[in-house]
Each structure stands twice: as C-alpha cells, then as structure tokens.
Design a protein around this ligand. Structure first.
Ligand code: SF4
Ligand code: SF4
Length: 448
C-alpha cells in the first residue's frame, strides 16, 4: 500500500461522509427460497419503498457522491420498476451492481446490459454442480444461473461476477468455480456464510469446518489474486498472511444497508434492531442517518478488541466479523466463531445457543412462525413478476458517467471501471486526484 493510501484507510476506521460499500435491498420478493438467505426473503413487504421514494434516495446518493450501489434483495429484478430505477441511478451518476439469481437475464436483457458501462451484474451460484447448488438454492436454480451466464457471455458482457457463498459442501469445488468463471470470462467472488437471516438456521450445519477454513485460506493464498472476497475472510489472516480484500469490519464506517422498507442498518449481515440506525423516510433522509445516527457514531469510535487484543494475530484478524459474533451469541469484543486458533469453537461451546439474538424480520414463503418465534401478523403479499410495459431499453438512460468513471476516459470499457470498494480493496473505486474527491472523513468534518 502506498503512503498516499494509508491515511485514507485510517479515515475509514472513523467513518466517511458517504458510504463506499452501500448495499440496497430493493425488495423482499424472491422466486427462490435459499436456505441461507441473509434477508429471509420470499414475500414482498407492503411497506417497501415506492418508485418515487427510491428515486429520492438515488437523488440523495448522487448529492453525497456515492460512487456505486450494490443492489440486491430478494430478487431485485422482480420489482416492476427495477430497470427504471437502474436507469435512473446511472443517469444520476450512481453506478449499479446488482445481484440476481439469473431469473430475468434473458438474451435481450443480457444484450442491453452488455451495452452499458455503468452496470455490473453478479450471478449467485452456491455449487459448481446442480446437486450442490440446488440443495441450498432450490431445484432448477443451477440451470437458471448457468443460462443467465451463457446469455451474458454470448452478449459480450465480459467480467460479470459469479458470487458464491462458501459452505461445507462447496469448499472442495473452489477450482471448479474458478473454471466456470474463466469459461465465461467472468470473475469469481466468494463470500463467507454468516449466521444472518435464514443463515442463522443453517449456520451450524453449513459453515465450513475448521479444516475447510484452512483449505480455503490456502486456496486464496495460492489462487486468490483475481478472486473477489470483499470483507469476508480477514479473520483467516490469523493463519499468517493477509489476504486481498477489505481487511477490516466496515460496519457503519464505510459499509451499510438500506433494506426494502428504507431501514438503514450498519451492515447487510446485521439486520437486527441492535444495528438499526434509522430510516430513509425520516427527516434528513439517508444522509442524516449516515452522518448523525448515534449507532454509527458509536461504531466509528475506537473499538475494544477485548480478549482478542492479547492474541498475536489480532493486528491481522481484528477479532473477526461483528455480525458472525452477534448472531452466534458471542460477545462483540471476543473471538470470531470461526477463529483460526479455535477460541471461537470454545466460546460457542460455552455459550447458550438458545440465547443468541434472532435476526429481525422474516419474509420467507413458508407459512407460520419459525420454531421458537411468535407467529407473525403479516400475511403473504402477491408478487408481481411482470414485464416492463412501455419502458425504454436498459441502456437508454445511461448517458452520464459518474465523475470518477468519466475520469477513466471516454474509451474506458467496463473492465476499466473500478470495482465496488468492498469487493476488492478499501481504495478500489477511488480516484481522488481525478475529479472525484474521496468522501471527507467524518472525524475531520466534525473537527474531532
Ligand atoms: S459485521 Fe461482518 S459482514 Fe458486517 S461489515 Fe463487519 S465484517 Fe463485514
Ligand atoms: S483469538 Fe481473536 S484475534 Fe486471535 S485469531 Fe482468534 S479471533 Fe483472531
């Protein structure tokens, strides 16, 4: 890392005036029912943000100079206004990366997407074979995802992402995932299974074993250079070597989530009242929540590493993931449940599993409460999976490049567009000397 980037990384620890890893879940509606869904998606929520409200949020993001937004769900493409919102965002200088199970990536859509420099696509795939994938994501989901990838590749969309949640059943398929990505000219992205949403119900049986964590680390050391990992595996740095990616927990500092009803959480994997900072419908909108919420102010203060500070691996591992600790019932200043030194396993054995906090909200298709949970008053809401009547092609509104993208030059293609910061490194996406000032550190702004 260069001397010019180090101060920026330090700024991240105290929060920025705008998030650089903003995830926005547009809807809880989903055609699938993946067993580990972090937002327990399935049914649309009647309180989801309207088209006009979403556009107001996008206007705010533009004013805040949010460089990229990572759109997910649910399956975001089932929102009838999905493409309208994508066009609106890109026309207002907010690049879009959206995650999809592939449902709507037809040949026509793939062709339109391939024509845009400011949209990136991430296809979810949790097994390199139908057998492994469909056990987690549902029957037929492997073929649906592969068809979407074939359509993207055939349309000439180079560099789209294949996103894999690592489980006990697919760690052995890492080479096969990479081969699939290479065959499509795509890029592999692997992420950690967190005990969030429905993932809390299956984490015990699906999270990689200690031996597999080591296997994963060794694979990343050997092959990880062109593999995106976000902030998923910094806890594995405790094995000895820092891995590429965002090596810190950015919750509330550089990372946050806007959920379908406009609630703002510290991180996409921390959907619980304890990490709820506010709602975009409130006075001052998203900017007010991001800049002035008490929760985010707390998260931006220096954190105690607790027992982990006495560990020789602490500088690299930093005690691991806040959300993973929280939803397994471990103290936030203690070791990660997948601590490479085995302290997490010991802590889990001593913890009362039944007392672990439950993720907020459940929009699963299933009727009735989760075991041990009170019944929910909300009824299923029908999902409209319609076409886009009278809507212009996806690329129609893609006329204005974000300042930092434009700085890459008029001939820059998609591959030259910096990736989402939390996918690659804390500085990916920043071109501070080329026209887009990095968001000001909140601490500087407040004179602290
Ligand atoms: S809580 Fe975990 S998933 Fe969320 S930002 Fe921190 S490290 Fe990442
Ligand atoms: S004890 Fe804490 S700092 Fe040490 S490896 Fe485990 S989680 Fe990381």
């Amino acid at each position: 890392m260069t001397s010019t980037t180090a101060p920026l990384v330090e700024q991240f620890r105290f929060g920025l005036a705008a998030p650089i890893c903003l995830t926005w879940e547009l809807t809880y509606a989903c055609n699938l029912s993946c067993v580990h869904c972090l937002s327990s998606s399935g049914r649309r929520d009647p309180g989801e943000l309207s088209t006009a409200e979403c556009k107001r949020v996008i206007d705010e993001l533009e004013r805040m100079q949010v460089f990229y937004v990572n759109i997910g769900g649910g399956e975001p493409t089932v929102r009838p206004d999905f493409w309208e919102l994508v066009d609106y965002a890109t026309a207002h200088h907010v690049g879009v990366k959206f995650s999809t199970n592939g449902l709507r990536i037809t040949t026509e859509v793939a062709a339109k997407l391939a024509g845009s420099d400011y949209i990136d696509v991430q296809i979810s795939l949790d097994g390199a074979t139908a057998e492994v994938n469909d056990a987690v994501r549902g029957r037929g989901s492997f073929n649906m995802a592969m068809r979407a990838m074939q359509n993207l590749a055939a349309a000439g969309f180079a560099g789209f992402k294949i996103s894999v949640v690592m489980t006990r059943h697919n760690v052995s398929q890492l080479d096969a995932f990479k081969a699939i990505a290479d065959s499509f000219g795509a890029q592999l992205r692997i992420t950690r299974l967190r005990p969030s949403g429905r993932g809390a119900d299956v984490w015990d049986e699906l999270h990689p074993t200690a031996g597999q964590q080591r296997e994963l680390y060794d694979w990343l050391v050997a092959h990880g250079e062109n593999v995106l990992t976000g902030d998923s595996f910094f806890h594995l740095a405790g094995y000895g070597q820092e891995l590429p990616g965002l090596n810190m927990c950015g919750a509330g500092r550089v990372v946050c989530l806007i959920d379908p009803v406009g609630d703002v959480y510290a991180c996409p994997f921390a959907i619980h009242d304890a990490f709820l900072a506010g709602n975009v419908r409130g006075q001052g909108g998203f900017a007010e929540v991001w800049r002035n919420s008490e929760l985010f102010a707390d998260l931006r203060r220096p954190q105690s590493g607790g027992a982990c500070t006495s560990c020789s691996a602490f500088d690299a591992c930093q005690g691991g993931c806040m959300a993973a600790k929280f939803f397994t019932g471990l103290p936030l200043d203690g070791p990660d449940p997948e601590c490479v030194r085995g302290f997490g396993e010991a802590a889990l054995a001593a913890a009362n599993a039944g007392a672990a906090p439950r993720p907020a909200g459940d929009h699963s298709h299933r009727v009735g409460p989760r075991p041990g949970q009170p019944s929910r008053a909300r009824q299923p809401v029908p999902v409209s999976i319609g076409s886009r009547p009278g809507h212009p092609p996806v690329s129609a509104g893609l006329v204005a490049a974000p300042a930092s993208m434009a700085a890459a030059g008029p001939g820059a293609d998609r591959r030259s567009v910096p990736d989402r910061a939390c996918d690659q490194s804390p500085l990916a996406g920043f071109t501070p000397s080329a026209g887009l000032d990095p968001p000001t550190a909140l601490t500087q702004q407040a004179g602290r």
